[in-house]
Design a protein around this ligand. Structure first.
Ligand code: DGL
Length: 275
C-alpha cells in the first residue's frame, strides 16, 4: 500500500525551498519534485490575475510530473490564488491556514504580526483567519518586499548591515505594538529568523513551512498515501537560472553538501528548456 509518487512543491522562486526542507525533515521517506518560477519571481508585487495565471501554469507543470499532492509553498499564491488548486486531480495544500492555527495557539497577549509580500498583505488572508479564530486579536500586518530580494541575494545574516536596517524598519510597528508572535507570511523569510530573533528576542516566529509540513504528514497518513516504497531522489526544476542560483538554493535548503541538479523548464509551454 502507500503511494510512492512524489510531493509536488512550487514557489515563485527559491523561498519555497524552506517549505521543501521542512517536509524533507519531517518525512524523510517522501520524494519531492520542486518547481521554482525563478524566471518570473517576484509574484508578491504583481496583480491577482497575473499571480493566478502563473499559479495555474506551475500546478500544470507539477501535475505533468505525476505528483500525488501539490503544495503552494508561496505565501502570495496561498493568499490570492488558492482557488486555482480546487480543480486539481490531487490534493492541494496552501501554507497560510496552518500557520494561523499555530500562531493563535501560541500567542499569549493576542497580538500577532504578519510579515508578507504586498499582495499577501493586501489580501489580509492571515488577518481574516486569525480574527475568525481569535476575534479580539490585534493583528499588525506589514508588507516587506525588499526582504525577498535580500534573501535571494544571500543578505540575511545578523551581521549584514543592510539586512539589519531593513528588518528593523519593517518590524518597527510590530515592536511598538508589542506583538508576542509573528507569522513569517512569505516563504522567503525563515532565513531571517536569527536576525529577527536578535531584534525581537521574546517574540515567537511562526514558519509557514513547519506548520504546513505537520499538516501534510497528517494528511498523507490519514489517506494511506505515505511513501512506503523506499526513498528516491528529490528533483528540482526552475524557469530560469540566475547567476547566483546554486548559492541561493543552498541557502534556502540549508545544505552545504554537493551539487544539486536543477533542470530548466519553460513553464508557459510546459516543456524542458536550455540554460
Ligand atoms: N515566496 C513568496 C511568498 O511566499 C515571495 C516571493 C515573491 O514575491 O514572489 O510570498
Amino acid at each position: 500500500m502507500g503511494d510512492s509518487r512524489a510531493i509536488g512543491v512550487f514557489d515563485s522562486g527559491l523561498g519555497g525551498l524552506t517549505v521543501a526542507k521542512r517536509i524533507m525533515e519531517l518525512m524523510p521517506e517522501e520524494r519531492i519534485v520542486y518547481f521554482g518560477d525563478t524566471g518570473r519571481v517576484p509574484y508578491g508585487t504583481k496583480g491577482v490575475s497575473t499571480i493566478k495565471k502563473y499559479a495555474v501554469e506551475d500546478e500544470r507543470f507539477l501535475i505533468s510530473q505525476n505528483v500525488k499532492m501539490i503544495v503552494a509553498a508561496c505565501g502570495t499564491v496561498s493568499a490570492v490564488a488558492a482557488d486555482t488548486g480546487k480543480e486539481l486531480p490531487v490534493p492541494f495544500v496552501e501554507v497560510i491556514s496552518h500557520s494561523v492555527k499555530d500562531a493563535v495557539s501560541v500567542t499569549k497577549n493576542k497580538k500577532i504580526g504578519v510579515l508578507g509580500t504586498p499582495a499577501t498583505i493586501k489580501s489580509h488572508a492571515h488577518k481574516k483567519l486569525i480574527e475568525k479564530l481569535l476575534p479580539d486579536a490585534l493583528v499588525i500586518e506589514t508588507a516587506a518586499p525588499l526582504l525577498v530580494s535580500l534573501a535571494e541575494e544571500g543578505w540575511y545574516t545578523p551581521d549584514n548591515e543592510v539586512a539589519r536596517l531593513t528588518a528593523e524598519k519593517y518590524l518597527d510597528e510590530m515592536k511598538s505594538a508589542g506583538v508576542d508572535t509573528i507569522i513569517l507570511g512569505c516563504t522567503h523569510f525563515p532565513v531571517f529568523k536569527e536576525l529577527f530573533s536578535r531584534l525581537l528576542p521574546d517574540v515567537i516566529l511562526i514558519d509557514m513551512g513547519a506548520s504546513a509540513a505537520k499538516y501534510i504528514k497528517d494528511t498523507l497518513e490519514k489517506s494511506g498515501a505515505v511513501n512506503t516504497g523506499g526513498a528516491g531522489e528529490h528533483k528540482f526544476f526552475a524557469s530560469d537560472k540566475p547567476v547566483t542560483f546554486e548559492k541561493v538554493v543552498k541557502i534556502f535548503l540549508r545544505d552545504n553538501g554537493g551539487d544539486i541538479k536543477i533542470d530548466l523548464v519553460d513553464v508557459e509551454k510546459n516543456e524542458k528548456s536550455n540554460d
